[in-house]
Design a binder for this molecule. Structure first.
Ligand code: HEC
Ligand code: HEC
Length: 271
């Protein structure tokens, strides 16, 4: 049994590495303008994922291969830094991958990889995975690729802030993602995908479709500038909590203390 499990895990890791390396090779070929990126399809992934392991082990053995042990992401593998993304956002996105609203477009090999992995995960483990990711300290966006943050400031305040908030931390009510823990190459890549409709092109993906509409007139230069501005926001806000977040933490703490007091009571006195 144990051997069998190890074997299937090995098979999975090989499969991931194989997909990833052909993906990376595909990309470098595209950069040389010789061939389009390789489309990854791994029809056997479903059967080869490790089963019956804890969410923490699942993260370490599967997700960390691409997203890193600390959820810091990997540009080479096109995997975003997911550390600190709130669990509601992680669950929504996983839901989209699983319901074919994200990661099924043939022009989106990175999305397809994620789609193939996550559709093979047991649904009951998703909430646990999302909690693990949300608890990881965020890796603030850095401005590596350049871009004019000052010009980006204007774009952000005019277009983005109303949904992603002035601090780039996102808003659960609008379903808008926090942006200040994502790498700059990933933010740009998603803006291009939204613009082309490779992500959010399907009106059934209501929230993604909003981003598709918002990016229709966004130039490459504006995308670069606004990303540079997001890195500035990250410096300021990634490791600070807003009043609302502090109030939420305080509420959670009180709830936990109350539950602990209840549990300390003899059974017949508990409410
Ligand atoms: C083979 C590499 C690979 C593995 C393994 C992998 N991912 Fe991903 N993941 C990606 C890539 C690439 C993307 C970016 C897709 C895109 O560009 O749209 C991604 C995107 C995501 C996103 C969306 C992030 C966002 O900001 O919208 C989440 C959430 C996520 N992965 C969670 C997970 C979890 C949880 C696991 C483990 C069960 C996992 N991933 C395993 C490659 C991987
Ligand atoms: C009308 C509201 C709205 C506006 C305006 C808006 N966004 Fe979004 N954005 C969203 C929503 C909702 C999502 C989540 C989409 C999904 O569920 O796939 C999102 C997702 C994103 C993502 C993907 C994040 C990830 O983790 O993959 C990026 C990047 C992003 N927005 C950047 C921007 C930028 C930059 C602007 C301004 C130019 C902007 N958005 C304007 C609502 C908005």
């Amino acid at each position: 049994m144990y051997l069998e499990y190890n074997n299937s895990k090995m098979k999975f890791v090989c499969l991931v590495l194989l997909s990833v390396s052909s993906f990376v090779l595909g990309l470098s070929a595209a950069e040389k303008k010789t061939a389009p990126p390789t489309v990854i399809t791994s029809p056997t992934a479903q059967a080869d994922l490790p089963q019956n392991i804890s969410e923490a082990n699942l993260f370490a053995q599967v997700c960390a291969n691409c997203h890193g042990k600390k959820g810091e992401g990997s540009e080479a593998l096109k995997a975003p830094s997911i550390a600190g993304l709130p669990s509601w956002y992680v669950e929504t996105q996983i839901d989209k991958f699983r319901s074919d609203l994200r990661g099924t477009n043939p022009e989106d090999p990175a999305g397809q990889i994620m789609h193939n992995i996550i559709t093979a995960i047991d649904a009951s483990q998703i909430t646990g995975l999302a909690k693990i990711i949300a608890a990881m300290p965020m890796h603030p966006t850095q401005n590596v690729l350049g871009g004019d943050a000052q010009k980006g400031n204007e774009v952000f305040m005019e277009i983005c802030a109303k949904c992603h908030r002035f601090n780039g931390k996102g808003e659960v009510v609008f379903g808008s993602a926090p942006l200040i823990g994502l790498q700059d190459w990933y933010i740009r890549s998603q803006l291009y995908k939204f613009r082309k409709g490779i992500r959010g092109g399907n009106p059934a993906d209501e929230k993604g479709h909003k981003m598709h509409e918002m990016t229709q007139y966004l130039s490459d230069e504006q995308a670069a500038d606004v990303t540079a501005y997001i890195a500035l926001l990250a410096k300021k806000y990634a490791n600070t909590k807003s009043r609302r977040e502090r109030e939420f933490d305080e509420m959670r703490k009180k709830e936990k203390q109350k539950a602990a007091r209840q549990n300390a009571l003899p059974e017949e006195l508990r409410k």
